[in-house]
Ligand binder design. Structure first.
Ligand code: NDP
Length: 261
């Protein structure tokens, strides 16, 4: 996806995948610096462990407590988190998060990144809903303690009923990943067409959750867009260039073998 963007922009750059074992992270980071890479993304299980190897961390990544994108500049390593920012970029194509009432399903890494970015972007209220309520409360507390946004947590048992007046509902669980039939347990009749409904699942992009929300008349956002956007943001951080997101989305759809329709 990134190399398709590079190619389209005429950039003489490479994006290569390296399988780094947890015990080798320090050496891998030193290697990236020694080879004068512009930077790198890091995925699980390195998103938190990489913090120990950085010279500085961007504000939202500090709050999120995880880094998925590192820039190497003048020999210094700066950590960023582009997951939530990728989501925010998608969201802003359909609505502003400012002053909005948001419900996030799930309390893992994706939920945390999205909650922090939405709070920093001025959401009015964020509710975190999770089976393990203590994880939901940890994110709600993080928001309350570090931003002006009010946050609360709800335990998820049985079918979740979306509170009246919810502007944005986000599935940030892994439900639906590689599974077009499964849907998060939600009472869909609690939704109205005024709620923007988003899913973090990139594959398949059109999850059953999004299809059902679309049938109600909701504006929907898929996780493929979020994934493309975090890639665009990473390259902006590394190279100061904005890649063509449409080219990248098309490439990703081809890789996934899906149509984003
Ligand atoms: P985590 O493992 O950190 O969190 C998973 C979350 O999903 C937890 O809150 C977990 O609840 C919840 N969950 C899982 N299964 C169920 C279920 N059956 N019922 C209710 N809740 C459930 O994962 P991440 O946050 O890192 O990733 C979540 C998803 O986001 C993944 O599918 C990933 O692919 C996607 N993602 C997409 C990105 C994009 O750019 N589009 C970027 C990053 C992630 P509990 O705590 O109770 O177990």
């Amino acid at each position: 996806m990134i190399e398709a963007g590079y190619h389209h922009a005429g950039l003489d750059a490479r994006y290569i995948n390296c399988d780094v074992k947890a015990a080798s992270l320090a050496d891998a980071v030193k290697g990236a610096k020694a080879m004068e890479w512009a930077g790198f993304n890091c995925s699980l299980p390195h998103k938190v462990a990489v913090l120990d190897h950085l010279d500085d961390i961007a504000e939202s990544a500090k709050l999120i407590g995880a880094v998925n994108c590192v820039a190497i500049r003048d020999g210094k390593l700066i950590g960023h988190n582009t997951d939530g920012k990728g989501f925010l970029t998608s969201l802003k194509t359909v609505t502003s998060p400012t002053g909005k009432k948001v419900v996030i399903l799930g309390a893992g890494g994706a939920a945390r990144a999205i909650a922090v970015e939405l709070a920093l972007a001025g959401a009015a209220h964020i509710t975190i809903v999770n089976r393990d309520a203590s994880k939901a409360e940890a994110i709600a507390k993080l928001i309350r303690d570090n931003t002006d946004v009010s946050g609360d947590a709800q335990e998820w048992s049985g079918k979740f009923s979306t509170p009246a007046g919810t502007d944005i509902l986000i599935n940030a669980t892994s439900i639906g990943l590689g599974d077009p039939k499964t849907v998060p347990p939600i009472d869909m009749s609690s939704l109205t067409k005024d709620t923007v409904v988003a899913d973090v699942i990139p594959n398949p992009p059109q999850t059953r959750f999004l299809k059902e929300a679309k049938a109600i008349g909701c504006t929907t956002l898929d996780g493929l867009g979020m994934l493309v956007n975090q890639g665009v943001i990473g390259v902006e951080i590394w190279l100061g260039r904005t890649l063509d997101s449409a080219v990248m989305a098309e490439t990703l759809e081809t890789i996934f073998g899906t149509e984003n329709k």
